[in-house]
Design a protein around this ligand. Structure first.
Ligand code: ADP
Ligand code: MG
Length: 233
C-alpha cells in the first residue's frame, strides 16, 4: 500500500514549488518507509539546540537546514562531536555565521540537532530516475570507494531481497563489509532492508528524481542513515 504520510508530504512540497527536500523531510520519509535514521530535532534558537541536545544525549551533531544549501559541509554547515551545552551554543552561532557568509540570502529553517552515530563502515544507497527504465538503485561503500574508485552497482527498481543481496556482494569493496582490523563485520541484512525499502519508496513515488542516503553507517547489528537528500522532478 502506498504510504499516505509520504504522499501528503510530497504533495505539499510540490505545491510549494520546491524540488530539494530538506534533510528533515527526507528523513521523515525514510522513517515512514522503515529506514533507520539518526534521531533529530529542528532547533530555531541556540537555547532550543541545547535543550534538544540534552534530550537526545551528547555527543550531538549540528547541521544547517536550508532549502538553498544542498552540500552542507562544503560551507561549514555541519559540526560533529559536540560534547556539552557550551559547544552546542557556539556551534549554533558558527553555523549561522558560515551560512550567511556563503549566501546572505539563504533561507534558514533552523539547525538540526542530531544524535552522533559512532564511526563504523560507511555505505551509500542512492536512486536515480532513468527516463527510459524508470527508477534505478545504486549501492556502494562510502568515501573513496564511490568518489574515487566509482565502485558502485546499479539495478532497475523494484529490487527483491535476493537482488539487493547480490548488489551488495558484487562491489569490489565487499570484503570490507565482512570485517577488517578493528572494524567488526557489517550487518548485511540491515543494508538489504534499506535497499528494498528505498526500492519500494521510489517505485511508489515516481516523482522522486534523485535520492541519496550518504552516508549510512553500518554496525555489527543495525545501521543508521546520517544524511538523506531527495530531489523531485
Ligand atoms: P553534507 O553531505 O550535506 O555535506 P552530511 O550530513 O553528510 O552533510 O554531513 C557531513 C559528514 O558529517 C557526513 O558524511 C558524516 O561523516 C558526518 N556526520 C553527519 N551527521 C552525522 C551524525 N549524525 N553522526 C555521525 N556523523 C555524522
Ligand atoms: Mg552527506
Amino acid at each position: 500500500m502506498v504510504s499516505s504520510k509520504t504522499s501528503q508530504l510530497l504533495t505539499r512540497i510540490a505545491k510549494e514549488g520546491r524540488k530539494n527536500l530538506l534533510e528533515t523531510e527526507a528523513k521523515s520519509i525514510c522513517l515512514d518507509y522503515g529506514i533507520p535514521v539518526t534521531r533529530f530535532e529542528l532547533a530555531k534558537s541556540a537555547e532550543d539546540a541545547v535543550r534538544f541536545a540534552g534530550m537526545i544525549g551528547f555527543p550531538v551533531v549540528l547541521k544547517i537546514v536550508s532549502p538553498d544549501i544542498v552540500h552542507k559541509s562544503d560551507i561549514g554547515g555541519v559540526v560533529v562531536g559536540l560534547k556539552d551545552a557550551e559547544s552546542v551554543r557556539e556551534a549554533f552561532k558558527q553555523i549561522l555565521s558560515n551560512v550567511t557568509k556563503h549566501n546572505s540570502k539563504a533561507k534558514i529553517e533552523g539547525v538540526l540537532v542530531q544524535e552522533m552515530a559512532p564511526p563504523s563502515t560507511e555505505v551509500i544507497v542512492g536512486a536515480i530516475k532513468d527516463p527510459q527504465f524508470g527508477p534505478a538503485l545504486m549501492f556502494g561503500l562510502g568515501g573513496v570507494f564511490v568518489e574515487v574508485l566509482k565502485d558502485v552497482t546499479f539495478r532497475i527498481a523494484p529490487v527483491s531481497d535476493d537482488e539487493a543481496r547480490e548488489m551488495i556482494s558484487e562491489v569490489r569493496a565487499f570484503p570490507l563489509l565482512k570485517g577488517y582490523r578493528n572494524t567488526p563485520p557489517a550487518d548485511i541484512d540491515a543494508i538489504v532492508g534499506i535497499l528494498v525499502n528505498i526500492s519500494r519508496l521510489v517505485t511508489e513515488h515516481q516523482e522522486i528524481k534523485e535520492l541519496d542516503l550518504n552516508p549510512i553507517i553500518v554496525y555489527e547489528k543495525g545501521a543508521k542513515t546520517v544524511d538523506a537528500r531527495i530531489i523531485l522532478e
